[in-house]
Design a protein around this ligand. Structure first.
Ligand code: COA
Ligand code: AMP
Length: 635
């Protein structure tokens, strides 16, 4: 039997033995009483009764073990023109100092701290400082609007904010402080204060009585020690898009998270302690949480914190420079980033300018990897390319090629095999397990393994309704797909209103809500249209109120600005057109899927339930006139 099959079978047949063995890789202040606690099934908990500290496991224990001089973080910022290295001893000092400052202003175990910061090392110190105190951090991605930040401040009832004065995007400086101020004005919940890291590119004014300069905040502070917390206590909340405008606060606990992530570094990524690992993502996403910060630090790797883009900072060789300059052995990014590089350097000429001999693997996630991109990477990097599938909810891969256990051949378009702990099935609408190769809804038989989300912040019932009700006893992933005859998982598309734009997860429902807020709009539909570069682009069609006489172009510009204002630049919402009516079923359901197919140039069947088939021709005509990248699929 294959090595993978042995490991996978053990995780299924005796999950408690499997995960308690994995848990020996973590330092515990108090051993757990139960490995798997099913008292409140279907809400399962791992390692109940145990106590540990996440920062101790990520930082302090390595210093105690004599690795204080090993680099922990390499900060490489073409955006700021700066590079810095922090050893584990530095990281311990910086984290303890910042934790001391938070403690001095009353932050204690369980309090929520929102981190709204650009990709600077202080953002990592901030996450670890919260973990050190047992406080719960919630990092908000810089591309979100003030409204989105305000929603998170209210939902998390944040006690304190940590922010940077600005963020650096190619060609523009993002005024984080302005967004922060607006968000704090909008939020109904009031925070105790904000510490602001002034970036030299655009320092900001401080609000007296509320804001404190970062350097003053940490000056003359008694460093704080690591506080043991329950394994089941929350480590962080990370908001992700759902089907409505109210984002879901995905909760991560301390114990299961540390155990699972440590396990993945050697078994999935095949990276040993002391090696340099790089996830080119952003700390505002789950990939950044798990693989820029926590997993590599648990595993005593050196992690690269890259503040730049795959292209334009300064060119399409940026990733290869970072890999060669810092001796990266394994890297992780989104296919869209590689498509950006491939577009600028189709022959991979810049790859040859760098010594990539230490690189052993390229991991991809965030969206389906298209076979062309996989082929391009394999050809030019000459290393295994691993497409692996995961979600904010799971925090680590549901399906992957576990290079540290067994290396399976790559099948372009597939995310390889289910990982230990994930009893993954493709189910039909009635919940019947489908045969190999049959397309269905991907679902995981409960319990989910350690490290996955135990609940939604403040709303366990939402977790039940969204994920656990469709198929009792299963977690509904929200993705459709199939498992083929070789056991490979093929993830095809979302089954809900979520779209994937440049590997960013966005809610079309939320964009529709924004469009409908415009006084001239009667109704709206948003769907994703295929795009060669970003995977999908959001496209909106609106019906105006019958009395409206204004110029449609002007209204469309206002709608684009409105979505940017409501959700943020990250929504990348630039395509919108006015239509006379929207196609609907006789029961009034808008046929978004059919419009998506028309817009993407795919074959479609006129649904039998459609109210008026002629509307589809009208929609096709409007889309023909709308300018958007008419790529292979959507001419
Ligand atoms: N702060 C503020 N604004 C941000 C931002 C941040 N951290 N990140 C992106 N934005 C802005 C961009 O500047 C852009 O604004 P614009 O409309 O004024 O140009 C907008 O949000 C859309 O950004 P994006 O869709 O990311 O496009 P891009 O052209 O800036 O970059 C990629 C394209 C492919 C390079 C980039 O999306 C990328 O690296 N994606 C990978 C994502 C990822 O790592 N996902 C995690 C899973 S691995
Ligand atoms: P996020 O929660 O932002 O990480 O987005 C998770 C979603 O991204 C998944 O539900 C999938 O729709 C998509 N996704 C992530 N990785 C992959 C992959 N390797 N293949 C296909 N889809 C993916």
């Amino acid at each position: 039997m294959s090595a993978y099959q042995n490991v996978f079978d053990l995780s299924m047949e005796d999950s408690e033995t499997f995960w308690s063995e994995a848990a020996t890789g973590i330092v515990w202040d108090k051993p757990w009483e139960k490995v798997l606690d099913d008292t409140n099934a279907p809400f399962y908990r791992w390692f109940t009764g145990g106590e540990l500290n996440t920062c101790e496991n990520a930082v302090d224990r390595h210093v105690k073990a004599g690795y204080g001089e090993q680099p922990a973080i390499i900060y490489d910022s073409p955006a700021a023109g700066e590079k810095r290295v922090y050893t584990y001893a530095d990281l311990q000092q910086k984290t303890a100092q910042l934790a001391g400052a938070l403690k001095a202003c009353g932050i204690t175990q369980g309090d929520r701290v929102i981190i709204y910061m650009s990709m600077v090392p202080e953002a990592v110190f901030a996450m670890l400082a919260c973990a050190r105190l047992g406080a719960v951090h919630s990092v908000v991605f810089g591309g979100f609007s003030a409204k989105e930040l305000a929603v998170r401040i209210d939902d998390a009832k944040a006690k304190f904010m940590l922010s940077t004065s600005c963020g650096l995007e190619p060609g523009r400086i993002v005024d984080y402080k302005k967004i922060l101020d607006e968000a704090l004005d909008m939020a109904t919940h009031k925070v105790d204060g904000c510490a602001i890291l002034q970036r030299p590119q655009q320092p900001c004014a401080l609000v007296s009585g509320r804001d404190v300069d970062w350097n003053e905040f940490i000056a003359d502070i008694e460093p704080a020690a690591c506080v043991p917390v329950a394994a089941t206590a929350p480590l962080y909340i990370l908001y992700t898009s759902g089907t409505t405008g109210q984002p879901k606060g995905i909760v991560r606990d301390n114990g299961g998270h540390a155990v699972a992530l440590q396990w993945t570094m050697t078994n999935i990524y095949d990276v040993g302690p002391g090696e340099v690992y790089w996830a080119a993502s952003d700390i505002g996403w789950v990939v950044g949480h798990s693989y820029i910060v926590y997993a590599p630090l648990f595993n005593r790797n050196t992690t690269v914190l890259y503040e730049g883009k795959p292209v334009g900072t300064p060119d399409a060789g940026a990733f290869w420079r970072v890999i060669s300059e810092h001796n990266v052995v394994s890297m992780f990014t989104a296919p869209t980033a590689l498509r950006a590089i491939k577009k600028e350097d189709p022959k991979g000429e810049l790859v040859r300018d760098y010594d990539l001999s230490r690189l052993r693997a390229q991991f991809l996630a965030g969206e389906r990897s298209d076979p062309d991109t996989i082929d391009w990477v394999q050809r030019h990097l000459q290393v295994p390319v691993v497409d692996h599938w995961w979600q904010t909810e799971t925090g680590w891969a549901i399906a992957a090629n576990p290079l540290g256990i067994e290396h399976f051949p790559t099948k372009p378009g597939a995310a390889c095999k289910p990982m230990p702990g994930y009893d993954l099935q493709a189910l039909d609408d009635e919940g019947k397990i489908l045969a190999a190769g049959e397309l269905g809804n991907l679902a995981v038989k409960l319990p989910l393994p350690p490290g996955t989300f135990p609940t939604i912040w403040g709303d366990a019932e939402r977790m039940r309704d969204n994920y656990l009700t469709a198929y009792p006893g299963y977690y509904l992933s929200g993705d459709s797909g199939m498992i083929d005859e070789d056991g490979y998982v093929h993830v095809m598309s979302r089954i809900d209103d979520v779209i994937n734009v440049a590997a960013h997860r966005l809610s079309t429902g939320q964009m529709e809500e924004s469009l409908c807020r415009h006084p001239d709009v009667a109704e709206a539909a948003v769907f994703g249209v295929a795009d060669d570069f970003k995977g999908e682009l959001p496209l909106g069609l609106v019906v105006l109120n019958s009395t409206v006489q204004r110029d449609a172009n002007q209204i469309c510009n206002e709608l684009i600005a409105g979505v940017r204002e409501d959700i943020g630049a990250v929504a990348a919402f630039k395509l919108v057109a006015v239509v006379k009516r929207l196609p609907k079923t006789r029961s009034g359901k808008i046929l978004r899927g059919t419009m998506r197919k028309i817009a993407s140039g795919e074959d479609y069947v006129v649904p039998g339930t459609i109210d008026d088939p002629a509307i589809l021709d009208e929609i096709a005509e409007v889309l023909r006139q709308l300018e958007y990248p008419k790529t292979a699929g959507n001419k």
